[in-house]
Design a protein around this ligand. Structure first.
Ligand code: UFG
Length: 346
């Protein structure tokens, strides 16, 4: 029997790629999603990639009784919790939305699981939580290790850290609960088929989707936010990780927890930093056309440089990122050029 893995937010960018990686690894993923920031067309794409029609429970993690019924019906061996909101700027403007969706949503999910388990309707599942490298804020040193000081600098980052702390308390109360926290660096790229990828609504906040929309002609030019940082070319440095590597990191985390590994908190990154201009130039190589840009003022809240120390993930999970920046850009371009309007054009 192939273990069932429940993916909240499984229709989203990272969730959909993890769906594919789990199927390839022999698991049976089930999607739970309210499609507030994803598109139902992804389900058909997942069917084309995997050859199986995804099972999808449509609803909200905040609906605790309904989530309990989902857990009871599917009795997952593990739950991977992606569902949440993730725009840093929006979180400053609407912090309560972030507390409700991210903290409230996680609380609701955990209570639903506990109720199903305590009712004897489901075994205690392993739990994997989508966290973020921004819990470190502006790091004192790079590469950033998991033991670095935690200084969330936005309500978004604060809500992720709050959930990490809540999970820590839940494990103290129920030591049998195996929980893996994954702190992502900058996920980019797309599945090599070009059938699924990142599809932000409105103007993209993040670099890679913006660059790809410029390349495909949806936007005129990129604004490079600052070229006077203390970095070799003056632009910000980040640890971009291919979303398929990230997805495989989740599979490794699930596998480790199901094999009895106690809980962990791990960075998922490549350990390599790339500047904004490195990304622009790699993308130009991938798409074979220029990506026009202009230098603009620094974006408030941005830090000069951060990248992961991914050694602990390698030791504990036997996982490491394999794909480089050129592959990330080539796959982003395949997705963007094949789907210029994202899933809406599907
Ligand atoms: N950048 C630009 N122009 C843009 C967008 C970004 O120059 O139009 C620069 C930024 O200044 C930064 C780099 O590109 O130097 C990366 O910016 P992103 O917005 O892509 O990524 P961040 O490191 O700011 O954000 C990351 C993740 C987000 C996550 C955030 C907080 O990519 O998904 O951390 O966790 F929300």
């Amino acid at each position: 029997m192939s273990p069932t893995i429940l993916l909240t937010g499984g229709a989203g960018y990272i969730g959909s790629h993890t769906f594919v990686a789990l199927v390839e690894a022999g698991y049976t993923p089930v999607i739970l999603d309210n499609f507030s920031n994803s598109h139902p067309a992804v389900l058909d794409r997942l069917a084309r990639i995997t050859g199986m029609t995804p099972v999808c429970e449509r609803g909200d993690v905040l609906d605790t009784p309904w989530v309990q019924s989902v857990v009871t019906r599917h009795t997952p061996a593990a739950v991977v919790h992606f569902a949440g909101v993730k725009a840093v700027g929006e979180s400053v403007a609407q912090p309560l939305k972030y507390y409700r969706q991210n903290v409230g949503g996680s609380l609701s999910l955990l209570q639903a699981i506990e109720s199903a388990v305590d009712a004897g309707a489901a075994p205690l599942p392993a739990f994997v939580f989508s966290s973020t490298a921004t819990v470190y804020g502006d790091p004192d040193e790079v590469p950033v290790r998991e033991s670095a000081p935690l200084r969330p600098s936005s309500p978004y980052a604060q809500t992720k850290l709050t959930v990490e702390e809540m999970l820590g308390c839940a494990v103290v109360a129920r030591p049998a609960w195996r929980v893996g926290v994954l702190r992502y660096f900058n996920p980019v790229g797309a599945h090599a088929s070009g059938l699924i990828g990142e599809d932000p609504s409105g103007i993209p906040n993040n670099l890679m989707p913006f660059v790809s929309q410029v390349a495909v002609g949806r936007r005129e030019r990129l604004s490079v936010f600052g070229n006077d940082y203390p970095t070799p070319d003056g632009t910000g440095i980040r640890d971009y990780i291919h979303v398929q590597d990230l997805a495989e990191g989740h599979v490794a985390a699930v596998r480790a927890l199901l094999a009895g590994q106690p809980g962990f908190t791990l960075n998922l990154g490549t350990g390599k930093g790339s500047s904004v201009l490195d990304v622009v130039h790699a993308f130009e190589r991938a798409c074979g056309r220029p990506v026009p840009y202009q230098v603009a003022p620094r974006r408030p809240g941005d830090v000069a440089e951060y990248f992961a120390d991914p050694a602990r993930a390698r030791e504990l999970l036997g996982w490491q990122a394999r794909r480089g920046l050129d592959e990330m850009c080539a796959d982003s371009w395949r997705w963007q050029s094949g789907n210029p309007a994202g899933y809406a054009g599907a």
